[in-house]
Ligand binder design. Structure first.
Ligand code: HPA
Length: 234
């Protein structure tokens, strides 16, 4: 047990998928894993462990934003020995050619700050995805016929952003989408020598204003979970 995760030692798999929403963790575990078992419900941040094609997998909610994400990722890596962490979440589209429902594989993450800024200080560290996971996810997305973009994303500290000029600069510099967790994941993975990837479904669009209807969110989320699971075990 850790401060925020109630699982016993050995109940967390080396491969962990991390949706922001704990109910999404339950939905994905019940739909894609064999014999899913609830291993954490501290603060309602549900985590489940089961198997995918015989491989042990944990799906653990992370909450929203890098401070919350960092707590769960730190404990999963440092206390439970997680070796492959894949964020599965949603993001806002930032380029015209990136459409709602499309999936983004985050090659790099740009941010103003992350919880790790306190130790990196004035260094502009370059957080990037694990190449083996990124290339496996690209192959999986292709074979599952999921519309996919690979490139840089922006990990923001604010959902209700009062600095439109920041988003403008992200768009101008080719950033594909905005979310709120992946930069800290990539920095933690680098620090602890584990594999990480962020896979995001575009749920809304900052330029076109389009949003994924709630009736379609489940299917799109399912595509992303499958890409993540296939990538983890390739
Ligand atoms: N901003 C930040 N995070 C997000 C967004 C957004 O527009 N959409 C989904 N996650």
């Amino acid at each position: 047990m850790t401060i925020h995760i109630g699982a016993e030692p050995g109940q967390i798999a080396e491969t962990v998928l991390m949706p922001g929403d704990p109910y999404r963790a339950r939905w994905a575990a019940e739909k894609f894993l064999d014999a899913p078992k609830l291993v954490n419900e501290v603060r309602g941040m549900l985590g489940f462990t089961g198997t995918y094609k015989g491989n042990p997998v944990t799906i653990q909610g992370s909450g929203m934003g890098m401070p919350s994400f960092s707590i769960y990722a730190n404990e999963l890596i440092r206390d439970y020995g997680a070796k492959t962490l894949i964020r599965i979440g949603s993001c806002g589209g930032m380029q015209e050619h990136v459409k709602v429902r499309d999936v983004i594989l985050a090659m790099t993450t740009t941010s103003v700050s992350t919880p790790s800024s306190t130790i990196l200080r004035d260094v502009n560290f370059a957080p990037c995805a694990d190449w083996s996971l990124l290339s496996a996810a690209a192959k999986a997305a292709k074979s599952l016929d999921v519309a996919t973009h690979i490139g840089g994303i922006y990990s923001s500290d604010t959902f209700y952003d009062e600095r439109p000029d920041l988003n403008e600069q992200m768009v101008r510099h080719g950033i594909l989408g905005v979310e709120m967790e992946a930069a800290e994941l990539y920095i933690l993975a680098a620090r602890h020598k584990v594999r990480a990837l962020g896979i995001m479904t575009v749920s809304d669009h900052l330029i076109t204003g389009e949003a994924l209807p709630s009736s379609e969110r489940e299917q799109s989320f399912g595509d992303m979970v499958e890409v993540a699971l296939e990538a983890a075990f390739t």
